[in-house]
Design a protein around this ligand. Structure first.
Ligand SMILES: NC(=O)c1ccc[n+]([C@@H]2O[C@H](COP(=O)([O-])OP(=O)(O)OC[C@H]3O[C@@H](n4cnc5c(N)ncnc54)[C@H](O)[C@@H]3O)[C@@H](O)[C@H]2O)c1
Length: 342
């Protein structure tokens, strides 16, 4: 069967997803496009062979839609994800699952009560070959137990309205998921340090920030998040094990010697270039999983689930409190097993 997909929100991320689904994902047709901006929707519908439906809930319920990709801004996600649960359609929801922990937990519970795994959250780094390799090293035990992670997350620039809390909720959230994915355990405390800001920062933006996570077994993770480097998009991770260390994200592609005294290679300009393979693999895996679920009636999500979106929301909320107080903030999650099916 061909999986007929609606894409909601075709800004930067949704356009990229719609085009990847239409041109580079097998077994999929993009049938419906929805966006607040009718012109934007029309443009992407035209390039992907879809039709425009102007109401997001009608788009989800449409007869020619089997599954949904949500790439609207975070505040729109809750209502749209709940509509996917109501219509029983698999959904890939961009991060954040919702904008606060309470509503994310309500979604975890609603899905668990339904008894069908319909929600995948767009933590696509899990599909990046290098992160998957690192997870494999952890799982194999070949270097002993992992002890520490050192992470760097650098963007070239952000919108002028990007503020200190968004550094936590929009950028650091990826390292929250990476930590949970690589270590396979929850984060139990967070601290956010704010070094002297870069001169391009403004009143509401502390940039860079330095986060420290503690995990259930007492491991620690440090993350530099620097969202206005003016240089490029760089995401690096080094895992330190009992018997060695592994670094990923070095971008060690071709080495160029382009002028006397100049030695080096390209750095990726933005997140789409750096994680292109991860986004494409995520969509292909989600489409295959959705087709299989619809055909068999057995709905299973193998990627990041609503619980992962909820856990990230809890850590980010604590991160914002840590940012504002300068203190270490302890995190308490309910036992996952206390919500059967979560
Ligand atoms: N996984 C990643 O690496 C990654 C990267 C970038 C963005 N994102 C996420 O993707 C989502 C979208 O981000 P973006 O950068 O593309 O934003 P954007 O502002 O570029 O695009 C959002 C689009 O949604 C439309 N829209 C707004 N509210 C809507 C609603 N209620 N219904 C339908 N359409 C609506 C807007 O008109 C706009 O075209 C966010 O949740 C963001 O966090 C994820």
């Amino acid at each position: 069967m061909t999986l007929r997909v609606a894409v909601l929100g075709v800004g930067l991320m949704g356009t990229y997803h719609a085009e990847t689904l239409a041109n580079r994902t097998s077994g999929v047709a993009v049938t419906v496009i929805n966006d607040f901006s009718p012109e934007r929707a029309q443009e992407v519908a035209h390039s992907t062979g879809a039709r425009v439906v102007s109401d997001p809930l009608e788009a989800i319920a449409a007869d020619d839609v089997d599954a949904v990709v949500i790439a609207t801004p975070g505040p729109a996600h809750e209502k749209q994800v709940l509509a996917c649960l109501e219509t029983g359609k698999p959904v890939l929801c961009e991060k954040p699952l919702t904008t606060d922990a309470e509503s994310s937990l309500a979604i975890v519970k609603a899905e668990a009560e339904l008894g069908k795994q319909l929600i995948q959250v767009g933590f696509m780094r899990r599909y990046d070959h290098e992160y998957a390799h690192l997870r494999g090293v952890v799982e194999s035990g070949e270097l002993g137990a992992p002890l520490l992670l050192h992470c760097a997350h650098r963007n070239k620039a952000t919108h002028p309205h990007f503020d200190s809390e968004m550094v936590v909720k929009d950028a650091l959230v990826h390292e929250v998921d990476v930590t949970r994915f690589l270590f396979g355990e929850e984060i139990t405390a967070v601290r956010i340090l704010t070094p002297a800001p870069v001169s391009t920062s403004h009143e509401n933006l502390r940039d860079p920030q330095f986060a420290i996570f503690e995990t259930e077994s007492g491991r620690m993770v440090d993350v530099e998040v620097f969202v206005n480097t003016g240089i490029a998009y760089e995401v690096r991770t080094e895992a330190v094990f009992e018997r060695g260390s592994v670094q990923i994200g070095l971008g060690m592609g071709a080495v160029h010697k382009t002028a006397p005294g100049v030695w080096g290679g390209p750095v990726t300009a933005d997140f789409r270039e750096r994680f292109d393979q991860a986004y494409a693999s995520q969509l292909q895996a989600w489409a295959d999983q959705s087709r299989k679920a619809i055909a068999s009636g057995n709905y299973v999500v193998n990627g990041p689930r609503a619980w992962d979106g909820y856990a990230a929301a809890v850590v980010c909320e604590a991160g914002v409190r840590a940012l504002n107080s300068g203190e270490r903030v302890a995190i308490e999650l309910p036992e996952r097993a206390s919500i059967p099916g979560a």
